[in-house]
Design a protein around this ligand. Structure first.
Ligand code: CP
Ligand code: NVA
Length: 306
């Protein structure tokens, strides 16, 4: 086992495949044990939120408590950062009080800046470009349902957003084939696709991007979608409804997936938009296990980096 103490989690690209697998294994063990453990007694996590959150906030807060520590919710509406105090000063001050910082924000560079100036681990709780904690929970859920990654295919349908980016990177690391299907003009960022394809050379994972829905979803073991207008893109919601219309995950779209496919969604979901109620509330859906696993995987992460 490698020590992960002191490590930041800004994107999964910064972590070795072994380190990711170690967290997943630990998370599965913590879930199975289902016992409070005083691994982080007296430790504190500050959670800076510049965007809304249900799962990330509650799972980190409850996770810290279950490990004997404490979490502080720091809304950017309340802290001085929201009034213009610099990221660097915020990082230096918080490092004197806390043991780790989790941050959810817009521009990914804010997280990098915070990590640069903080002396304590910084965890990315979602940026416009990445959502690594979500993908750790997703990989854990895939292991639970599909036992392994090799030879399995994940098809992500929808916006080439933070979730798509992190799924590509995470899949590339662990050796899961990943196809991102988007409408034209909503593809994932080219530099992140290249980065994922570069990483995939070591694992052998196939990382593909296409606008062809049927080809993308063909033989998928895992079908994943996310909202069409992410936080920060609300102004484009109507335009996006039109652009994404043909890319809804429904029983027709899914007819070419493997018969034992699982359906995943990071949540929150918009039934009738990116997915029908029939599918997300149907027998193939694992979305609530996926949400639960945020708790287990983040406990494993916190216990490892602290
Ligand atoms: N999936 C996810 O991160 O959910 P929240 O926005 O509710 O935290
Ligand atoms: N892509 C979504 C994910 C929410 C968890 C967003 O950024 O709003």
């Amino acid at each position: 086992e490698t020590s992960l103490k002191g490590k930041d989690l800004l994107t999964l690209a910064d972590w070795k495949a072994d380190e990711i697998n170690q967290i997943l294994k630990y998370a599965l063990q913590l879930k199975k044990e289902n016992q409070p453990k005083q691994l982080l007694a007296g430790k504190t996590l500050g959670m800076i939120f510049e965007k809304s959150s249900t799962r990330t906030r509650v799972s980190f807060e409850v996770g810290m408590l279950q490990l004997g520590g404490h979490a502080l919710h720091l809304s950017s509406r309340d802290i001085q950062m929201g009034r213009g105090e610099s990221i660097a000063d915020t990082a230096k001050v918080l490092s004197r009080y806390l043991d780790a910082i989790m941050i959810r924000t817009f521009n990914h560079e804010i997280v990098e800046e915070l990590a640069l100036h903080a002396d304590i681990p910084v965890i990315n709780g979602l940026t416009d470009d990445y959502h690594p904690c979500q993908v750790l929970a997703d990989l854990m859920t895939i292991l639970e349902y599909k036992s392994s990654f090799a030879g399995k295919k994940l098809a992500y349908i929808g916006d080439g957003n933070n979730i798509a980016h992190s799924l590509m990177i995470g899949s590339a690391k662990v050796g899961l084939d990943c196809t991102i299907v988007t409408p034209e003009n909503y593809e994932p960022k080219a530099e992140i696709v290249s980065k994922a394809q570069e990483i995939a050379k070591a694992s052998g994972a196939k990382i593909l991007v296409t606008t062809d829905l049927e080809k993308g979803i063909q033989n998928a073991d895992i079908v994943y979608t996310d909202v069409w207008a992410s936080m920060g893109w609300e102004d484009e919601a109507n335009e996006r409804l039109k652009a994404f219309k043909e890319y809804q995950v429904n029983s027709k779209t899914l007819s070419v997936a493997k018969s034992d496919y699982i359906f995943m969604h990071c949540l929150p979901a918009h039934r009738g938009e990116e997915v029908t109620g029939e599918i997300i509330d149907g027998t193939h859906s694992v979305v609530f296990d996926e949400a639960e696993n945020r708790l287990h995987v983040q406990k494993a992460l916190l216990a490892s980096v602290l």
